[in-house]
Design a protein around this ligand. Structure first.
Ligand code: FAS
Ligand code: PHB
Length: 390
């Protein structure tokens, strides 16, 4: 079997890359470890930068997002109960769009299938070969149990943090940077109206909390939990109690509680692998980097990678120009590190760190008070939150 681009992974990165390539007349084949139902069942990100929405429009898959998504002008930070509203629309002229990653993935799968895209679902044994040669290939067993060899000009590693693509880069060629945070996020999805029409991020002495949403009738809430916690360590009642306490005496009692339709824990880490390319293998999205979800950046950074990679492949394939592919890793990493910085900065300001000294607690407090007092500081948060220019 032969294709121009073999894409490993049918998450947002792989699906969007396939769509952007198809729009440029470039064929691809997607190889996905999990079943379609499993991919569609994942509950992940909730906030899209406007640049992500524009990229979905360019890809021709933004119709439902624009019809059902919730454009937001602002979000608020509560620090020990002190509120600060960051009006991103006023500061940047841009909004963010609240639209679940689950819905975005559903829109992308529907579009790719409607256009006849080949997606091998449920292929857990994919292996990459000759990625540093001129004839890279992917071998796997398809869902009928048949051995397949997929020959490609380029392999796009869109297989997330625990995929195989990054592992195909020799250890001595890879530079890894990591910060594992001493806590996780316990998230709940519930079919109750959100406590407020905008997002709340709260740093309370008991810990971080986030009040988000998926629609006017479906809410998404998170509370900081210990890094060793499992969902079984928390009752639903304990979750609602922690959330109410951390959102403070005004908003806490207003939360409409109920039985969650999903409850899960996400560990928090900052991670970057350099370079994002090895021979004919190009990494995009979580396969190359992870950010703590505090800045709502993970999905948006994946989109930025894919937008850049698709343009570089099109330039190479259609125009015969290598320059953008040659510069892909350098230019993608330039944005990655700026987004890693923002996600780390916001996570450091908004969480309770068990190991923090009294001095570091004062630094956290001073950072918030500085942002409270400085339009320049608030505008800096705003321009990062809505998304740096592509
Ligand atoms: P993904 O991990 O989404 O997709 C990778 C795909 O590759 C998966 O379908 C996987 O099955 C497949 N794959 C893996 N190994 C493979 C193999 N060997 N062969 C074939 N396929 C393979 N971001 C935010 O902005 N806000 C959030 O609130 C947020 N919450 C998150 C919660 C969790 C639990 C996780 C894990 C991530 C969260 N993120 C959040 C980040 C998340 O949204 C990612 O940034 C986004 O999914 C990145 O998309 P992909 O790069 O496509 O990677
Ligand atoms: C979400 O709605 O899942 C969400 C929103 C903002 C974040 C992280 C997650 O920063």
């Amino acid at each position: 079997m032969k294709t121009t681009v073999a894409i490993i992974g049918a998450g947002p990165s792989g699906l969007l890359l396939s769509q952007l390539l198809a729009n440029a007349g470039i064929d691809s084949v997607i190889v996905e470890r999990s079943s379609k139902d499993h991919v569609l069942s994942r509950i992940r990100a909730g906030v899209l930068e406007w640049g992500t929405v524009e990229t979905l429009q360019d890809a021709g898959v933004a119709e439902r997002c624009l019809a059902e998504g919730l454009p937001h002008d602002a979000f608020s930070i509560f620090f020990d109960g002190e509120p600060l509203r960051i009006d991103v629309a006023q500061y940047t002229g841009k909004q963010v769009m609240v639209y679940g990653q689950t819905e975005m993935t559903k829109d992308l799968i529907e579009k790719r299938e409607a256009e006849g895209q080949t997606i091998f679902w449920s292929t857990p044994d994919a292996q990459l070969h000759d990625v540093n040669g001129d004839h890279p290939k992917v071998s796997f067993t398809n869902s009928d149990g048949k051995a397949v060899t997929l020959n490609a000009d380029i392999i796009a590693g869109c297989d997330g943090f625990r995929g195989i693509s990054r592992q195909a880069i020799p250890q001595q060629k890879l530079r890894e940077f990591e910060r594992v945070y001493p806590f996780g996020w316990l998230g709940v999805l519930v079919d109750k109206p959100p406590v407020h029409h905008e997002l709340f991020y709260a740093n309370h002495q008991e810990g971080f909390a986030l009040a988000s949403m998926r629609s006017a009738t479906r809410s998404r809430y998170y509370v900081q939990c210990d890094s060793g916690d499992t969902v079984d360590d928390w009752t639903v009642e304990q979750f609602w109690s922690a959330l109410a306490t951390r959102l403070g005496p005004h908003w806490g009692p207003k939360v409409q509680t109920g039985d969650p339709i999903e409850m899960s824990i996400a560990p928090l880490r900052s991670y970057v692998a350099e370079p994002m390319r090895y021979g004919r293998l190009f990494l995009a999205g979580d396969s190359a980097h992870i950010v703590p979800p505090t800045g709502a950046k993970g999905l948006n950074l994946a989109v930025a990678d894919v937008r850049r990679l698709a343009k570089a492949i099109e330039s190479w394939k259609v125009l015969g120009k290598d320059e953008e592919l040659e510069n892909y890793s350098r230019d993608a990493l330039d944005r990655v590190w700026k987004v890693e910085r923002f996600s780390w900065y916001l996570s450091t300001m908004l969480h309770q760190f068990p190991e923090h000294s009294p001095f570091e607690k004062r630094m956290q407090e001073a950072e918030f008070k500085y942002v409270m007092s400085s339009e320049a500081a608030a505008k800096s948060i705003a321009e990062n939150y809505v998304g740096l220019p592509f």
